[in-house]
Design a protein. Sequence first.
Length: 282
Amino acid sequence: MNLSIARGALRTTPSFFDTGVYMLVALLVVMAVFGPMVAPDSVYVSDIRNALMPPSAAHWFGTDDQGRDVMWRVIAGARATLLSAMLIVTAYSLIGVLIATLAAVGPRWLDETLMRITDIGLALPGLVVALGFAAALGPSLQSAIIAKAITGWPVTARLLRAILRQTMTAQFVVGAQAMGVSRWRLMTRHVLPNSLDILVVKWAGDIGGAVLVLAGMSFIGVGAQPPSAEWGAMIANAKGYVANAWWVVAAPGVAIVLAAVGFGLLGDILQVRRDPGLRGRE
């Protein structure tokens, strides 16, 4: 995500821009939570007589090759895509927090061991490794979630460990240690809770990337499988109809772009809120 674009908008019309991003993210979250509840059962039922109908008053986004309403499938699929992305980011963030905490508060040999493992994880191409795990586990949305969750933690671990190590040298920490407070108590009660704000920013921004990864894994066949309404699986199922039924691919494609951009910009906004000095920078 190009931060200069987001920051430029924040400088010119901060309130309007922020509100627009918040509304977009809120709409996506509402779709993810309530979409499957309001979507008709027909989103998973074939109706070949209405196959590949263009957008109309009856079907705003047209129908797919099975005659299913594309708009309702996009709405119903928001849960599979967005909540899965949130689950992935939450899972690898928790793993990263655990690794970083143990490295920062533990003995030097443990820190070195964990950081060398982290370096190996950072050196490996995360997406390729995730694809390998997903293929080994068997093509499914669950496999894609697990694969990405267990390969995405090194960046979080490295970032948080640096913050925690720096905070552990602060005067209030040194003073507390001189008074007999254990390192572990200081870490869990004071240092870690006061260092998690950067992870909240990273969590929000990473959801957009996780949406793209999930959609990509489904598109190449190692993620969600038909008849799932997951957005990447919808595009994979419709790729043969782009020439004569563009709407089948356009609707889930636009949804993926909006989710990636929306959560990416939300992360940028939260970063500016955390560090107001970024507002005036390019």
